[in-house]
Design a protein. Sequence first.
Length: 359
Amino acid sequence: MEKVLGFLTPAIVYLFIFILNAVMPGRWVVGYATKEHSDEKLKYRLNGLLVLFTVVACWLALCYFNIISWDWLYETRWYGLAGAVTFGLIFSIAIVVTYPAVKNSFLADFYLGRLENPQLWGGRIDAKMWLYLIGAIMLQLNILSFAAHHYILYGTEASKGILLSTALLTYFLIDYLTFEEVHLYTYDLFAERVGFKLGWGCIAFYPYFYSIQLWSTADLPNPHTPTYLLVLYALIFFTGWGLSRGANLQKYFFKKDPKRVFLGITPETITDGNKTLLVNGFWGLSRHINYLGEILMATGIILCVGHPGLLWPWLYPLYYVALLFPRQIDDDKRCAQKYGPLWNEYLKKVPKRIIPFVY
Protein backbone atom coordinates (compact mmCIF):
# COMPACT_ATOMS: atom_id res chain seq x y z
CA MET A 1 0.00 0.00 0.00
CA GLU A 2 2.84 2.39 0.83
CA LYS A 3 4.36 1.84 -2.60
CA VAL A 4 1.06 2.62 -4.35
CA LEU A 5 0.49 5.75 -2.25
CA GLY A 6 4.05 6.88 -2.88
CA PHE A 7 3.56 6.38 -6.62
CA LEU A 8 0.29 8.36 -6.58
CA THR A 9 1.49 11.17 -4.29
CA PRO A 10 2.76 13.50 -7.08
CA ALA A 11 -0.48 13.18 -9.08
CA ILE A 12 -2.57 13.84 -5.95
CA VAL A 13 -0.48 16.91 -5.09
CA TYR A 14 -0.70 18.20 -8.68
CA LEU A 15 -4.48 17.78 -8.74
CA PHE A 16 -4.76 19.61 -5.41
CA ILE A 17 -2.64 22.45 -6.78
CA PHE A 18 -4.80 22.61 -9.92
CA ILE A 19 -7.94 22.99 -7.79
CA LEU A 20 -6.37 25.63 -5.55
CA ASN A 21 -4.96 27.51 -8.54
CA ALA A 22 -8.45 27.62 -10.06
CA VAL A 23 -10.52 28.54 -6.99
CA MET A 24 -8.28 30.61 -4.70
CA PRO A 25 -8.19 34.41 -5.03
CA GLY A 26 -5.77 35.74 -7.62
CA ARG A 27 -4.96 38.89 -9.55
CA TRP A 28 -5.40 39.30 -13.28
CA VAL A 29 -2.46 40.66 -15.25
CA VAL A 30 -1.65 41.16 -18.91
CA GLY A 31 1.46 39.29 -20.03
CA TYR A 32 4.03 39.75 -22.77
CA ALA A 33 3.09 36.75 -24.95
CA THR A 34 0.38 37.24 -27.57
CA LYS A 35 -2.45 35.02 -28.70
CA GLU A 36 -1.57 32.88 -31.70
CA HIS A 37 -2.06 34.72 -35.02
CA SER A 38 -2.91 37.90 -33.09
CA ASP A 39 -1.31 40.94 -31.49
CA GLU A 40 -3.59 40.69 -28.44
CA LYS A 41 -1.69 40.09 -25.21
CA LEU A 42 -2.63 37.08 -23.11
CA LYS A 43 -4.17 37.52 -19.68
CA TYR A 44 -3.07 35.50 -16.66
CA ARG A 45 -4.55 34.95 -13.21
CA LEU A 46 -1.74 34.70 -10.65
CA ASN A 47 -1.92 33.29 -7.13
CA GLY A 48 1.15 31.07 -6.93
CA LEU A 49 2.48 32.29 -3.59
CA LEU A 50 -0.89 31.79 -1.89
CA VAL A 51 -1.17 28.29 -3.36
CA LEU A 52 2.37 27.43 -2.23
CA PHE A 53 1.74 28.48 1.38
CA THR A 54 -1.62 26.67 1.43
CA VAL A 55 -0.19 23.40 0.13
CA VAL A 56 2.79 23.52 2.51
CA ALA A 57 0.46 24.29 5.45
CA CYS A 58 -1.77 21.34 4.53
CA TRP A 59 1.27 19.08 4.16
CA LEU A 60 2.67 20.10 7.55
CA ALA A 61 -0.76 19.48 9.11
CA LEU A 62 -0.79 15.94 7.69
CA CYS A 63 2.63 15.37 9.23
CA TYR A 64 1.74 16.98 12.56
CA PHE A 65 -1.34 14.77 13.02
CA ASN A 66 0.70 11.66 12.05
CA ILE A 67 -1.32 10.97 8.91
CA ILE A 68 2.00 10.79 7.05
CA SER A 69 5.55 10.84 8.37
CA TRP A 70 7.64 14.02 8.27
CA ASP A 71 10.01 12.30 5.83
CA TRP A 72 7.31 10.56 3.76
CA LEU A 73 8.56 11.90 0.44
CA TYR A 74 12.10 10.77 1.23
CA GLU A 75 11.03 7.27 2.29
CA THR A 76 8.90 6.87 -0.86
CA ARG A 77 11.12 8.95 -3.14
CA TRP A 78 11.71 6.27 -5.77
CA TYR A 79 8.00 5.46 -6.02
CA GLY A 80 7.17 9.17 -6.13
CA LEU A 81 9.70 9.71 -8.89
CA ALA A 82 8.24 6.79 -10.86
CA GLY A 83 4.76 8.26 -10.45
CA ALA A 84 5.89 11.71 -11.57
CA VAL A 85 7.69 10.26 -14.59
CA THR A 86 4.58 8.29 -15.57
CA PHE A 87 2.20 11.22 -15.10
CA GLY A 88 4.60 13.47 -17.01
CA LEU A 89 4.61 11.10 -19.97
CA ILE A 90 0.81 10.86 -19.96
CA PHE A 91 0.47 14.64 -19.85
CA SER A 92 3.04 15.15 -22.62
CA ILE A 93 1.33 12.68 -24.93
CA ALA A 94 -2.13 14.14 -24.26
CA ILE A 95 -1.05 17.76 -24.82
CA VAL A 96 0.61 16.88 -28.15
CA VAL A 97 -1.33 14.15 -30.00
CA THR A 98 -4.70 15.89 -29.80
CA TYR A 99 -3.52 19.00 -31.67
CA PRO A 100 -2.37 19.68 -35.28
CA ALA A 101 1.26 19.08 -36.24
CA VAL A 102 3.73 21.95 -36.26
CA LYS A 103 6.91 20.20 -37.39
CA ASN A 104 7.39 17.53 -40.03
CA SER A 105 8.65 15.18 -37.32
CA PHE A 106 6.34 13.82 -34.61
CA LEU A 107 9.33 13.40 -32.29
CA ALA A 108 10.15 17.09 -32.65
CA ASP A 109 6.51 17.98 -31.96
CA PHE A 110 6.40 15.62 -28.98
CA TYR A 111 9.55 17.06 -27.45
CA LEU A 112 8.99 20.77 -28.16
CA GLY A 113 5.18 20.80 -28.21
CA ARG A 114 2.48 22.02 -30.56
CA LEU A 115 0.50 24.53 -28.51
CA GLU A 116 2.15 27.83 -27.67
CA ASN A 117 0.06 29.06 -24.76
CA PRO A 118 -2.77 26.67 -23.79
CA GLN A 119 -5.19 28.21 -21.30
CA LEU A 120 -8.44 27.20 -19.62
CA TRP A 121 -11.33 29.51 -18.81
CA GLY A 122 -9.88 32.61 -20.42
CA GLY A 123 -6.57 32.42 -18.57
CA ARG A 124 -7.86 31.37 -15.15
CA ILE A 125 -5.55 28.37 -15.58
CA ASP A 126 -2.52 28.82 -17.85
CA ALA A 127 -0.75 25.55 -18.69
CA LYS A 128 2.77 26.96 -18.52
CA MET A 129 2.23 28.79 -15.25
CA TRP A 130 0.50 25.74 -13.74
CA LEU A 131 3.38 23.52 -14.78
CA TYR A 132 5.94 25.81 -13.17
CA LEU A 133 3.72 26.09 -10.10
CA ILE A 134 3.39 22.33 -9.56
CA GLY A 135 7.11 21.85 -10.16
CA ALA A 136 8.01 24.52 -7.62
CA ILE A 137 5.59 23.30 -4.94
CA MET A 138 6.48 19.62 -5.35
CA LEU A 139 10.16 20.58 -5.13
CA GLN A 140 9.41 22.52 -1.92
CA LEU A 141 7.67 19.52 -0.38
CA ASN A 142 10.52 17.24 -1.43
CA ILE A 143 13.28 19.32 0.11
CA LEU A 144 11.34 19.80 3.35
CA SER A 145 10.81 16.05 3.59
CA PHE A 146 14.45 15.26 2.72
CA ALA A 147 15.73 17.75 5.31
CA ALA A 148 13.32 16.27 7.87
CA HIS A 149 14.76 12.83 7.17
CA HIS A 150 18.26 14.12 7.86
CA TYR A 151 17.13 15.71 11.13
CA ILE A 152 15.28 12.55 12.20
CA LEU A 153 18.49 10.55 11.66
CA TYR A 154 20.94 12.89 13.37
CA GLY A 155 18.97 15.22 15.65
CA THR A 156 21.24 17.77 17.32
CA GLU A 157 24.11 16.46 15.19
CA ALA A 158 22.30 17.37 11.97
CA SER A 159 24.28 19.33 9.41
CA LYS A 160 23.77 23.09 9.43
CA GLY A 161 24.73 23.02 5.76
CA ILE A 162 21.80 20.72 4.92
CA LEU A 163 19.46 23.11 6.68
CA LEU A 164 21.05 26.13 4.98
CA SER A 165 20.79 24.49 1.57
CA THR A 166 17.11 23.79 2.23
CA ALA A 167 16.57 27.39 3.35
CA LEU A 168 18.29 28.83 0.25
CA LEU A 169 16.29 26.65 -2.13
CA THR A 170 13.12 27.60 -0.25
CA TYR A 171 14.07 31.26 -0.66
CA PHE A 172 14.61 30.62 -4.38
CA LEU A 173 11.10 29.14 -4.73
CA ILE A 174 9.34 31.82 -2.69
CA ASP A 175 11.20 34.50 -4.65
CA TYR A 176 10.14 32.91 -7.93
CA LEU A 177 6.47 32.89 -6.97
CA THR A 178 6.66 36.38 -5.45
CA PHE A 179 7.72 37.68 -8.86
CA GLU A 180 5.37 35.50 -10.92
CA GLU A 181 4.39 38.40 -13.14
CA VAL A 182 8.03 39.12 -14.02
CA HIS A 183 8.41 35.62 -15.43
CA LEU A 184 5.65 36.28 -17.93
CA TYR A 185 8.35 38.26 -19.76
CA THR A 186 10.94 35.46 -19.87
CA TYR A 187 11.98 33.18 -22.72
CA ASP A 188 9.99 30.13 -21.59
CA LEU A 189 6.68 31.95 -21.53
CA PHE A 190 6.79 33.71 -24.89
CA ALA A 191 9.11 31.52 -26.99
CA GLU A 192 8.46 27.86 -26.08
CA ARG A 193 5.57 25.47 -26.72
CA VAL A 194 4.10 22.92 -24.33
CA GLY A 195 5.31 19.39 -24.95
CA PHE A 196 7.54 16.81 -23.31
CA LYS A 197 10.35 19.29 -22.63
CA LEU A 198 8.17 21.66 -20.63
CA GLY A 199 5.47 19.24 -19.45
CA TRP A 200 7.57 16.28 -18.31
CA GLY A 201 10.29 18.70 -17.28
CA CYS A 202 8.06 20.47 -14.74
CA ILE A 203 6.11 17.40 -13.64
CA ALA A 204 9.03 15.00 -13.09
CA PHE A 205 12.44 16.55 -13.71
CA TYR A 206 12.12 19.90 -11.92
CA PRO A 207 10.79 18.69 -8.53
CA TYR A 208 13.01 15.61 -8.30
CA PHE A 209 16.25 16.54 -10.03
CA TYR A 210 16.51 19.98 -8.41
CA SER A 211 16.45 18.23 -5.02
CA ILE A 212 19.38 15.98 -5.94
CA GLN A 213 21.78 17.69 -3.53
CA LEU A 214 19.54 16.65 -0.62
CA TRP A 215 18.47 13.34 -2.18
CA SER A 216 22.13 12.27 -2.28
CA THR A 217 23.23 13.62 1.11
CA ALA A 218 20.24 13.52 3.49
CA ASP A 219 21.34 10.20 4.98
CA LEU A 220 25.01 11.19 5.30
CA PRO A 221 26.48 12.39 8.62
CA ASN A 222 27.33 16.00 9.34
CA PRO A 223 30.52 16.97 7.43
CA HIS A 224 31.02 19.86 9.91
CA THR A 225 31.56 22.50 7.26
CA PRO A 226 33.16 25.59 8.86
CA THR A 227 30.78 28.49 9.39
CA TYR A 228 32.89 30.86 7.30
CA LEU A 229 32.52 28.53 4.31
CA LEU A 230 28.75 28.36 4.77
CA VAL A 231 28.72 32.17 4.77
CA LEU A 232 30.80 32.17 1.57
CA TYR A 233 28.45 29.67 -0.10
CA ALA A 234 25.44 31.77 0.89
CA LEU A 235 27.18 34.82 -0.63
CA ILE A 236 27.70 32.89 -3.88
CA PHE A 237 23.98 32.09 -3.90
CA PHE A 238 22.89 35.67 -3.25
CA THR A 239 25.34 37.03 -5.82
CA GLY A 240 23.67 34.76 -8.36
CA TRP A 241 20.24 35.78 -7.11
CA GLY A 242 21.15 39.46 -7.47
CA LEU A 243 22.26 38.96 -11.08
CA SER A 244 19.28 36.84 -12.06
CA ARG A 245 16.57 38.74 -10.24
CA GLY A 246 18.09 42.13 -11.06
CA ALA A 247 18.34 41.33 -14.77
CA ASN A 248 14.80 39.97 -14.98
CA LEU A 249 13.37 42.93 -13.06
CA GLN A 250 15.27 45.46 -15.18
CA LYS A 251 13.95 43.86 -18.36
CA TYR A 252 10.43 43.64 -16.92
CA PHE A 253 10.28 47.29 -15.89
CA PHE A 254 11.82 48.36 -19.20
CA LYS A 255 9.16 46.52 -21.18
CA LYS A 256 6.43 47.98 -18.98
CA ASP A 257 7.86 51.53 -19.04
CA PRO A 258 10.97 52.16 -21.23
CA LYS A 259 11.81 55.37 -19.34
CA ARG A 260 11.63 53.96 -15.82
CA VAL A 261 14.81 54.18 -13.71
CA PHE A 262 15.67 50.86 -12.03
CA LEU A 263 18.07 50.71 -9.05
CA GLY A 264 19.44 54.08 -10.14
CA ILE A 265 20.01 52.80 -13.68
CA THR A 266 18.60 55.07 -16.37
CA PRO A 267 17.83 52.93 -19.44
CA GLU A 268 20.20 53.27 -22.39
CA THR A 269 18.98 51.84 -25.66
CA ILE A 270 19.66 51.41 -29.33
CA THR A 271 16.85 51.51 -31.85
CA ASP A 272 16.13 51.25 -35.56
CA GLY A 273 13.04 53.39 -35.21
CA ASN A 274 10.81 50.35 -34.85
CA LYS A 275 12.45 47.99 -32.39
CA THR A 276 14.48 48.90 -29.29
CA LEU A 277 17.12 47.06 -27.27
CA LEU A 278 18.34 47.75 -23.73
CA VAL A 279 22.15 47.96 -23.57
CA ASN A 280 23.14 49.02 -20.06
CA GLY A 281 22.79 47.97 -16.44
CA PHE A 282 22.60 44.22 -16.02
CA TRP A 283 22.05 43.85 -19.76
CA GLY A 284 25.26 45.72 -20.48
CA LEU A 285 27.32 43.16 -18.53
CA SER A 286 26.49 40.29 -20.88
CA ARG A 287 23.65 39.28 -23.19
CA HIS A 288 22.42 36.62 -20.76
CA ILE A 289 23.68 37.70 -17.37
CA ASN A 290 20.62 36.10 -15.75
CA TYR A 291 21.91 32.68 -16.88
CA LEU A 292 25.13 33.24 -14.94
CA GLY A 293 22.98 34.12 -11.94
CA GLU A 294 21.08 30.84 -12.17
CA ILE A 295 24.33 28.86 -12.30
CA LEU A 296 25.78 30.69 -9.29
CA MET A 297 22.62 30.13 -7.25
CA ALA A 298 22.70 26.40 -7.96
CA THR A 299 26.41 26.28 -7.08
CA GLY A 300 25.85 28.00 -3.74
CA ILE A 301 23.00 25.63 -2.88
CA ILE A 302 24.96 22.44 -3.55
CA LEU A 303 28.14 23.64 -1.84
CA CYS A 304 26.18 24.17 1.39
CA VAL A 305 25.47 20.45 1.82
CA GLY A 306 29.17 20.02 2.52
CA HIS A 307 30.26 17.18 0.27
CA PRO A 308 32.19 18.91 -2.55
CA GLY A 309 33.84 15.64 -3.59
CA LEU A 310 30.51 13.90 -4.18
CA LEU A 311 29.43 13.92 -7.84
CA TRP A 312 25.63 13.84 -7.48
CA PRO A 313 25.05 17.34 -6.06
CA TRP A 314 27.18 18.85 -8.83
CA LEU A 315 24.71 17.57 -11.42
CA TYR A 316 22.39 20.44 -10.43
CA PRO A 317 24.62 23.37 -11.54
CA LEU A 318 26.09 21.29 -14.39
CA TYR A 319 22.56 20.82 -15.70
CA TYR A 320 22.14 24.60 -15.82
CA VAL A 321 25.37 24.86 -17.83
CA ALA A 322 24.16 22.17 -20.25
CA LEU A 323 20.74 23.82 -20.57
CA LEU A 324 21.53 27.52 -20.65
CA PHE A 325 24.63 27.66 -22.82
CA PRO A 326 22.85 26.04 -25.82
CA ARG A 327 19.70 28.07 -25.05
CA GLN A 328 21.77 31.24 -25.27
CA ILE A 329 22.86 30.23 -28.79
CA ASP A 330 19.25 29.55 -29.83
CA ASP A 331 18.05 32.78 -28.26
CA ASP A 332 20.73 34.79 -30.09
CA LYS A 333 19.64 33.22 -33.39
CA ARG A 334 16.02 34.08 -32.68
CA CYS A 335 16.96 37.66 -31.76
CA ALA A 336 19.10 38.02 -34.90
CA GLN A 337 16.06 37.09 -37.00
CA LYS A 338 13.76 39.37 -35.01
CA TYR A 339 15.97 42.47 -34.82
CA GLY A 340 18.05 42.16 -38.00
CA PRO A 341 20.90 44.74 -38.35
CA LEU A 342 19.99 46.20 -34.93
CA TRP A 343 21.11 42.95 -33.33
CA ASN A 344 24.55 43.27 -34.92
CA GLU A 345 24.84 46.71 -33.39
CA TYR A 346 23.86 45.24 -30.01
CA LEU A 347 26.59 42.58 -30.31
CA LYS A 348 29.16 45.37 -30.62
CA LYS A 349 27.78 47.07 -27.51
CA VAL A 350 27.53 43.84 -25.48
CA PRO A 351 30.03 41.32 -26.91
CA LYS A 352 30.00 38.76 -24.09
CA ARG A 353 27.34 36.07 -24.10
CA ILE A 354 26.98 35.01 -20.44
CA ILE A 355 30.08 35.66 -18.30
CA PRO A 356 31.23 39.31 -18.29
CA PHE A 357 34.79 39.81 -19.68
CA VAL A 358 35.13 36.04 -20.28
CA TYR A 359 32.41 34.49 -22.48
